[in-house]
Ligand binder design. Structure first.
Ligand code: HEC
Length: 266
């Protein structure tokens, strides 16, 4: 270093007493920085401009379906296309799953793969698959597939009552729960509202305890009756079903909703 070269010269600015030397940044730091620039260019060309590498969407689709052949629409690799047409434009199907569903053939293949996966899954995976793909899970159970451990246990427990419970304390507890969870739709006294009248002899889904337990557990999602199995325990559901049959049935509350369904006389 030449003798008269200025060293550690203070720059002439000062922010609240903080001053700065005119030192160079260390070489390793700058080299690292240049490396990131080079990397970014390679990355951009590799993934976005020439589409040599699979973006995560296509690589996901290949994971779930080894025979998957990317469509140009899935690739969306060309950098300018991707930015001009946002992936999540409202008119577009949102996820690979939606898109697979839109394409019947692809969906069928997807479903077969998922069914296969369900057959080979352990209980925890099965529970997740059930949550992520309810429709396929239903098809799986319809084929006699086994249930995740927790659900199987809950179903077995729920299925244990064959007669309504008549214990007064349990029915009183169920009455409170009914007020909290069900009255908004079925009325305070079960007389009906958004949901059907639960006090008359007309039933949409059957008047047996097993029918009522099942409706409360699984709901009728398409018609606005919620599935309660995630909110209420099997015991609570048994108690609620018993409450409907033992206390609400035949109670003749004021302002009943018109009957719906078939008359069931016992
Ligand atoms: C968000 C509104 C809503 C809530 C809350 C609700 N239900 Fe329902 N429920 C409905 C609707 C709507 C139906 C009718 C479904 C149909 O048309 O198939 C129904 C149907 C039923 C049936 C079957 C009636 C029949 O005729 O077969 C029973 C039993 C029932 N609900 C019990 C309950 C219980 C117990 C609760 C509380 C844990 C509850 N519901 C909470 C809306 C609701």
């Amino acid at each position: 270093m030449a003798k008269n070269e200025p060293r550690d010269e203070l720059l002439n600015h000062d922010f609240d007493g903080i001053q700065e030397y005119d030192n160079q940044l260390p070489g390793w730091w700058k080299n690292l920085f240049y490396l990131t620039i080079v990397f970014a260019v390679i990355y951009l060309l590799y993934f976005h401009v020439f589409s040599v590498g699979d973006l995560q969407k296509v690589s996901y689709l290949k994971d779930i379906d080894p025979d998957y052949v990317p469509s140009p629409q899935d690739q969306e690799g060309a950098v300018f296309d991707a930015y001009r047409a946002p992936v999540y434009a409202a008119s577009e199907q949102r996820t690979p799953f939606d898109r697979a569903q839109a394409n019947a053939e692809a969906y069928e293949r997807f479903e077969q793969n998922m069914l296969e996966a369900m057959r080979n899954a352990d209980a925890a995976q099965l529970a997740r698959l059930q949550e992520d793909f309810p429709a396929i899970f239903e098809a799986y159970t319809a084929q006699g597939g086994r249930l995740p451990a927790g659900v199987a246990a809950a179903e077995a427990e729920a299925a244990t009552i064959s007669e309504p419970i008549t214990d007064a304390a349990i029915l009183a507890g169920a009455k409170d729960l009914f007020g909290q969870h069900c009255a908004t739709c079925h009325g305070d006294a079960g007389q009906g509202g958004i949901g059907p009248n639960l006090t008359d002899e007309y039933w949409l889904h059957g008047a047996k305890i097993a029918n009522v337990v099942r409706v409360i557990q699984k709901g009728i999602p398409a018609k606005g009756m919620i599935a309660w199995e995630k909110t209420l325990s099997p015991d609570e559901i048994n108690a609620m079903a018993s409450f409907v049959l033992v206390e609400l049935q035949g109670s003749n509350p004021p302002n009943p909703k018109a009957p719906e369904g078939d008359k069931v006389s016992e």
